[in-house]
Structures are given as C-alpha cells and as structure tokens.
Design a protein around this ligand. Structure first.
Ligand code: GLU
Length: 304
C-alpha cells in the first residue's frame, strides 16, 4: 500500500474542513494556537514511517496522555486497577461530576478526567518521582529523548483546573484517591501538557499495534493481554461523545485530546496520528476526524 500517496490525498481532500471547528479555549495557552495546521503520520509495525504536513511540529497531546498513564498503571498493578475505575463508556462529558456521585466515586473508565486522575494517583503511589517516570516512559517508548512537558501549558491549565481538583477531592471523599489532591492535579496537568509531534505519537503507540512489544526496539512495554485491554478501552471510550460514530466511520481504537491530536492503532499493522487544532462540538479534532475517516476509506484498514 502506498501510504505516502494516501496521506497526500488526505491532506488535499481535508482542506475544505478548515474554518468550521474551534480551537480549545478553556485552557488559555491552547487558545493561542494557530488553528490552520495539519500533520499526519503512519508508523507501521515493520518500522516504516510516512508523514505529511507539520509532522515535526510539537503540540499539546492533552488527553492522549490518559492512554499513557492507563497503560503504565495497568502494567504496574494489573487488574487491581479496576477496583478503582470502570470499563464502560460514560455517555456524559469528560469532566462530569454527576456520574461520580451516582457511582460512589468510581469513574466510569480511565479516559474521562476522573479515571485518568485515578491512574495518575497509582503512578504517584508506585514511583519515586511520577513526573520523571511518565517522561521516561514516553521518551523510551517513542525513542525521542528530548520530549518534554510544556510548562507554559501546564501552568496555564493549573490556573483553570478547579474542576479537576473538584473531581479529585470528590473521589477522595469516597476513599478512591489516596495521595495529595493538589500534587495529583499538578502531575495530571503536566502529563496533559506533554508536547509531541505526530511522528513521535505514532511511534509511541506502536506497542499497542504489536501485542505490547515496541517493534522499533523489541522491548516489551505491556503484556499482550494488557495491550488488548488498552485497545478495547480506546475503542469504547477514546473519543468523548463521538466514540460510537468514530467506531462506525473509522473502525479503529483511538484516543483524542483537546490539543487537536488523535492517535489510533490497527493491531498487527500500524499506528496513525493526526493533528489539527480546530475541534468539533464533542472536543475532537474536526479535520483530524475527517482525515481518519478518509484513511479508513482509502486503505480499507479496520479492526472490523
Ligand atoms: N487537560 C485537559 C483537561 O483536563 C484534558 C482534556 C482533554 O484533552 O480531553 O481538561
């Protein structure tokens, strides 16, 4: 398959979707991003990389980091994690408090904010330095030693993170957060601020396309069983309120972030990342979603 040609066609065909969505503005630093940007990268399990657009431009991965902390927590404590977080799509917004009250402080899944806070709480508990552990994981798995937090974005989010603090305090009142809430939200806002390119994200996610082993260096990241679980969670919970239509139109496990990135995997074949900052009403990259729909159409690659 000529992935380069397919990506070029996608880049051309998605031009008409610019100017419809809106850049995330509830984190002041993200509101400053130039909306008119696009990048897309395919990384195959054979180690080939194909890109178009600004694939060397780093951007804020935001909620895509929830997959990282979930995979790390699952690898560190195994199925015990599910005593603290569920496995079902939430059907409500990613930072909702109502559902948490009804369900006694147990978040529906690891990809809503409350669920990611639980994974992050586990990482703080199980690692000497959570900031360093997360950064090392990302750098090692994507083979990019200079990936870093974007401290402007993390400070900006910390100034507006009261709802996330509220979620964490609320869960703590049910006994489902063990560490210090202020520290927890600080670590959370840092991993959301991780700044990466589509190429780095595609490399990072390759282990999920390859039964838990990073095909770029042969190192096992999670067990085969855990890779399957992470992918299942992305398929059912990875795209906010668009998860059903995304599965229907695109047909691959993926995770989006309000920075405009989306990364997905076709197990056994590849990972694919797209970035374009304008979001649709559900908070997913509008052009990015269209690009992945076209990718699915042009390649016929799907898990179904
Ligand atoms: N850091 C963002 C928040 O907690 C992540 C949102 C997202 O990308 O879904 O609001």
């Amino acid at each position: 398959m000529d992935f380069q040609k397919i990506l070029e066609q996608i880049q051309e065909d998605t031009q008409k979707y610019f100017g419809i969505g809106e850049v995330a503005n509830y984190i002041p630093e993200l509101a400053k991003v130039n909306p008119n940007q696009f990048a897309m990268t395919v990384a195959t399990v054979d180690g080939d990389i194909y890109s178009v657009g600004a694939s060397q431009q780093r951007f804020s991965i935001q909620s895509i980091s929830k997959v990282i902390v979930f995979a790390m927590a699952l690898e560190q404590i195994g199925e015990r994690l599910f005593q603290r977080v569920g496995k079902e799509p939430s059907g409500s917004s990613f930072n909702s408090l109502i559902q948490l009250e009804q369900e006694q402080g147990i978040p529906r899944n690891p990809f809503i904010n409350a669920g990611a806070l639980v994974s992050t709480d586990e990482i703080i508990k199980n690692n000497k330095d959570a900031y360093e552990a997360i950064l090392n994981f990302v750098r090692e798995v994507s083979l990019s030693a200079d990936i870093d937090y974007d401290f402007k974005v993390s400070s900006s989010e910390l100034e507006t993170a009261d709802r996330n603090r509220a979620l964490a305090f609320f869960m703590k009142s049910f006994g489902n957060i063990q560490g210090d809430v202020m520290m927890l939200v600080d670590v959370y806002c840092h991993h959301c601020s991780l700044s990466m390119t589509t190429e780095e994200l595609s490399k990072l996610f390759l282990f999920l396309a390859n039964k838990g082993v990073n095909p770029l260096n042969g190192q096992r990241v999670v067990s085969e069983y855990q890779a399957k679980r992470v992918n299942a969670m992305m398929l059912t919970c990875g795209l906010y309120d668009n998860v059903g239509s995304f599965a229907y139109e695109v047909g691959m496990p993926a995770k989006s972030g309000v920075g405009g990135g989306i990364t997905g995997v076709i197990p056994g074949h590849l990972s694919v990342s797209v970035w374009s900052p304008e979001l649709n009403a559900s908070g997913n990259s509008l052009v990015g979603t269209k690009a992945l729909e076209l990718f699915s159409e042009l390649t016929d690659l799907t898990i179904f």
